[in-house]
Design a protein around this ligand. Structure first.
Ligand code: BG6
Length: 519
């Protein structure tokens, strides 16, 4: 095996994709939903792709008392459900036994209360005794798949137990799930708290959108091709629309949504990833700090909304009863664990402006919502209209818009819309489209998006993770909206489940003489 440690930088290590070096993965929240649905298939896929360390062990930590083999059996069942959910598969038939065996061979389970210091002492003993990942002599990656209220306490206890101390190849890193804070003040407080234990290069704040291939491709597309970047600015771009539309409602997450809402759940994290990757300047390299600093510049240059702007440039909505893809849906206020008078938003749309030379005057419209008519995540860039003079006296009254659409999910791809002359004696233009589809060109491997992220944390590449200032800058943009809503007077619009969102969101663009792209 090549020694990944011999390579110069994290991105070089990533470029050649060798198995990661010796590592013990400690999952806090091993009996939880995230571990079952996402981490298990991601580890399995990494194993199939030959990227897991040769020296590898998993220690699952959970509150439930259960027998040593129970976690393995439970996660094996979860993996079978995952593979069975792929088209054309029977339950369990597609699991590659040896690949999964490599994941679970050294799997252990530790039951314990995360508020109790002795749990961490016992964890330290387990790590030291574990042979799989070379124990305490190898790297240890802690994955916090637990409730956000536990992020700070768990990291503090890791510090107190000496489990965050690193020494050469015995690195210690922590992956922290979202949401990271629930507003600017709490995000700052959490950053300050964890920095008393960990250095910034030990902290991996995850945003799973960055694990999506199509999201990573935004930079490759922009900076690896000669023809779009020169027109990627206010001279040529009319406006940008970023949409994350979901058909799912809040399902069993009513309690979470009641205190979180769509703004906190989706905007400072997922939508801002798409926003910053679209608007950022080219970084000097793909090194983590080069990329994260350019993303940071975008958020720093984003106009701070005044209380009045926060009320007029942002629309919040909540779904009522309706029909999504032929299925009757109850209203949000009738969902389990939701108050019948709830004011929580399940939809948000906003207009952001960036005060810099590239983007001054170009609106970025962002929208996201649950129980909408389709699932669609896309970045749509409208270029300025061509002047009409040439077509005077022809049948052309308006040139079709030129759109570049980066389709993130589903049906990942990129398309370009432009006008073409309709064949015949008359001069009329019709909108046509050139499309590239990932699925047509590449052999797509089923994946969760967490594979790349876990692998990157194992090799020490933070490019796809959020730095402390990135998180805080995102909250800084969102905070005036939270404040305006809290102060009252910003109405909650409603939309039927299965629609494209509230009419007020259409008005937001109509006031600028624009329209959302149809969902
Ligand atoms: C999660 C949000 O972070 O992202 C969910 O909490 C949302 O509310 C989900 O549904 C969307 O992710 P994906 O990968 O399914 O588009």
């Amino acid at each position: 095996m090549n020694d990944p440690g011999a390579l110069e930088t994290a991105s070089e290590r990533r470029a050649v994709a060798h198995p990661a070096g010796p590592c013990t993965l400690v999952i806090f929240g091993a009996t939880g939903d995230l571990t079952h649905r996402l981490l298990t298939p991601a580890l399995y896929n990494l194993s199939r792709w030959g990227l897991l360390p040769e020296d590898f062990a998993v220690i699952g930590v959970g509150r439930t008392e259960q027998e040593e083999g129970a976690l393995k059996a439970d996660l094996t069942a979860a993996l079978k459900r995952f593979t069975a959910s792929r088209p054309g598969q029977d339950a369990g038939s597609a699991v590659d036994g040896p690949a999964w065996e490599r994941v679970v061979a050294g799997m252990e389970y530790l039951a314990g209360d995360l508020e109790d210091a002795t749990t961490f002492q016992r964890l330290g003993e387990r790590i030291a005794a574990s042979r799989g990942g070379r124990g305490a002599r190898g790297g240890v990656l802690y994955y916090l798949a637990v409730a956000p209220a536990l992020f700070g306490p768990v990291i503090r206890r890791l510090g107190e137990a000496g489990l965050a101390r690193q020494d050469g190849e015995a690195w210690r890193r922590v992956i922290i799930e979202k949401p990271f804070g629930h507003d600017l003040a709490s995000a700052k407080a959490l950053n300050a708290e964890i920095r008393t234990v960990l250095d910034e290069d030990q902290i991996y704040r995850i945003d799973h959108f960055l694990g999506k291939e199509t999201v990573q491709n935004i930079m490759a597309f922009r900076f690896g091709n000669g023809f779009f970047e020169p027109i990627w600015n206010r001279d040529h771009v009319d406006h940008v629309q970023i949409t994350v539309a979901e058909t799912v409602g809040v399902e069993k997450r009513g309690r979470f949504y009641e205190t979180t809402g769509a703004l906190r759940d989706m905007v400072p994290n997922h939508l801002f990833q798409l926003f910053t990757l679209t608007a950022m300047e080219p970084p000097a390299s793909f090194e983590a700090d080069a990329v994260r600093s350019r993303k940071q510049d975008v958020l720093t240059a984003t106009q701070t909304l005044s209380p009045e702007d926060a009320a007029t440039r942002v629309v919040r909505g909540q779904y009522g009863a309706g029909t999504v893809k032929g299925d009757a849906r109850r209203a949000y206020r009738q969902e389990p664990d939701v108050s019948p008078q709830s004011e929580a938003e399940t939809y948000v749309a906003m207009k952001l402006m960036i005060d810099n030379w590239r983007w001054a005057g170009v609106p970025f419209y962002l929208r996201t919502g649950k129980s909408l008519t389709v699932r669609d995540t896309e970045i749509a860039i409208q270029f300025k209209h061509a002047p009409l003079a040439l077509f005077r006296g022809t049948g052309v009254e308006r040139c079709p818009g030129n759109w570049l659409i980066i389709q993130i999910q589903p049906d990942e791809g990129i398309s370009l819309q432009f006008g073409a002359k309709r064949p015949g004696p008359e001069v009329t233009l019709e909108r046509v489209q050139m499309s590239f589809s990932y699925a047509d060109h590449f052999q797509l491997q089923p994946s969760t998006g967490y594979e790349t992220l876990i692998y990157d944390a194992m090799i020490g590449d933070q490019t796809l993770y959020q730095r402390a200032d990135n998180i805080e800058a995102g909250w800084r943009v969102v905070q005036p909206i939270l404040d305006a809503w809290k102060a009252g007077g910003v109405p909650l619009a409603s939309y039927p489940a299965g629609s494209a969102g509230p009419a007020e969101a259409d008005d937001l663009l109509a006031r600028d003489g624009r329209r959302w792209r149809a969902l």
